[in-house]
Write a protein that binds this ligand. Structure first.
Ligand code: FAD
Length: 390
């Protein structure tokens, strides 16, 4: 492949789902010479490990709106972007201790006010929906339209559509430094009117020399693929179980669940994002298996068919930084998605394209997620301790 040119209108750093969505929306807006630079292959970073669940259960109306935009985009991806997203509707149940029912009700009210179909269920109603769920000990709500995508299809689809709209997509190009008005790369210097850093857990290191600190921890996120025993039957809905189990699972291909943790403490033992652990630990998988058996009847006798450890780029409030980088002229950031960014990527693409092209984001008011809120101590609040539901 030929190296990228030495001049671009906008350089986007990072070929995960965020960078690909941003490059697509910039190209769609008619920005000439958009370059998407990825040091490895497209979707070779944490996006590839994503369980890619698309649900709308959030505390903040802004996040509900962004997630709703994401869900609509992924459902219509083929018509809108030109290739499949793999969107599979499963519905999703959220369960919390009865003592925390107010949090659940609060998020349901926020969702409903934004037009989301979501409602509370008592144990009998959960049993009607999915009799294999153990429901008595928790309060539940349900989101019937929730589902998941194939994160590779989405990233590759955005990148291909960006290319068709005129963007240059370059793999194997490492951005060594970001400057006001340029990037230095492994293939040479590229001048640019604007630079967007969407480099996930690596974004902080690229921005620090510009005088901006993005406080990120690279948290290990272990996921196991559980082969359900013969005779289990039809797939269950996706479930977020906020009992002491702090577990989530969602159906994958027939007979298989992807199972992961909702316990925020995994961010307390950060890892080197370039060297995350291989696979998931035996103790983790044992814990997942036991918690799964407690929540979903009929799963005993299944087995693990592989596991992996992804990385979350976690900020102090578990919310991303999206916007202009303070103290720079033409550098933007979209990073720190803290384990829940997949569903937000289409909205982030729209918002960053507006910021770069129009000087302000119109479709979504990004004030809440301003990159300078960490310095101001203006962190985003969430009802749950686990802020992927912020
Ligand atoms: C296990 C797991 C489960 C998840 N589940 C969900 C879920 O169910 N729902 C949901 O909404 N979200 C989920 N997420 C979160 C979501 O997947 C992420 O927020 C999203 O994929 C982040 O995308 P990104 O493009 O910002 O970052 P990344 O995927 O990290 O992409 C950044 C890219 O930048 C590249 N890069 C880094 N430095 C440079 C450089 N100097 N030069 C060039 N390129 C560079 C990297 O190689 C990488 O490809 C999950 C994440 C994980 C890990």
């Amino acid at each position: 492949m030929r190296p990228p040119p030495s001049r671009a209108e906008v350089v986007v750093v990072g070929g995960g789902v965020m960078g690909a969505a941003i490059a697509y929306h910039l190209a769609l807006r008619g920005v000439r010479d958009v370059l998407l630079l990825e040091r490895g292959a497209l979707c070779s970073g944490p996006t590839r490990h994503s369980t890619a669940i698309v649900r709308l259960h959030y505390t903040q109306p802004l996040l509900v709106r962004m997630a709703l935009h994401g869900q609509r985009t992924y459902r219509a991806f083929e018509q809108v972007v030109g290739s499949p997203s793999g969107y599979t509707r499963t519905g999703m149940l959220f369960g919390v201790h009865h003592a925390e029912r107010a949090m659940l009700e609060g998020n349901v009210a926020v969702g409903r006010a934004e037009g989301v179909e979501t409602y509370l269920l008592d144990a009998a109603q959960v049993a009607e929906l999915e009799p294999r769920i153990v429901a008595e000990d928790l309060a539940f709500c349900f989101e019937p339209e929730a589902g998941h995508c194939d994160p590779y299809l989405v990233t590759a689809g955005f990148a291909a559509a960006a290319r068709r709209a005129g963007a240059g997509v370059y793999e194997g190009v490492l951005v060594e430094a970001v400057e006001d008005g340029a990037v230095r790369t492994s293939t040479g210097r590229i001048e640019a009117s604007a630079v967007v850093v969407a480099a996930g857990a690596w974004s902080g290191a690229l921005l620090e020399p510009l005088g901006y600190t993005l406080p990120l921890r690279a948290a290990p996120a272990e996921v196991g693929r559980y082969r359900l025993p013969p005779g289990f039957g039809s797939p269950p809905p996706a479930v977020a179980d906020f009992s002491s189990a702090q577990l989530y699972f969602r159906p994958a291909e027939p007979g298989v669940l992807e199972v992961g943790s909702l316990d925020p403490r995994h961010a307390d033992a950060p890892v080197d994002p370039d060297r995350p652990p291989e696979g998931a630990g035996d103790a983790t998988l044992d814990g997942y298996r036991r918690a799964l058996a407690r929540r979903l009847r009929g799963t005993e006798g299944g087995h693990w068919r592989g596991a992996w450890c992804g990385v979350y780029d976690v900020t102090p409030d578990w919310e991303p930084a999206i916007g202009a980088v303070p103290g720079t002229d033409g550098v933007y950031v979209a990073a720190g998605f803290s384990g829940h960014g997949f569903k937000l990527a289409p909205a982030v693409g729209v918002a960053i394209a507006e910021l770069v092209c129009d000087g302000a984001a119109q479709a979504f008011d990004l004030e809440l997620l301003s990159p300078e809120r960490f310095a101001r101590g203006a962190l985003v609040g969430a009802r749950y301790g686990y802020s992927v539901l912020g």
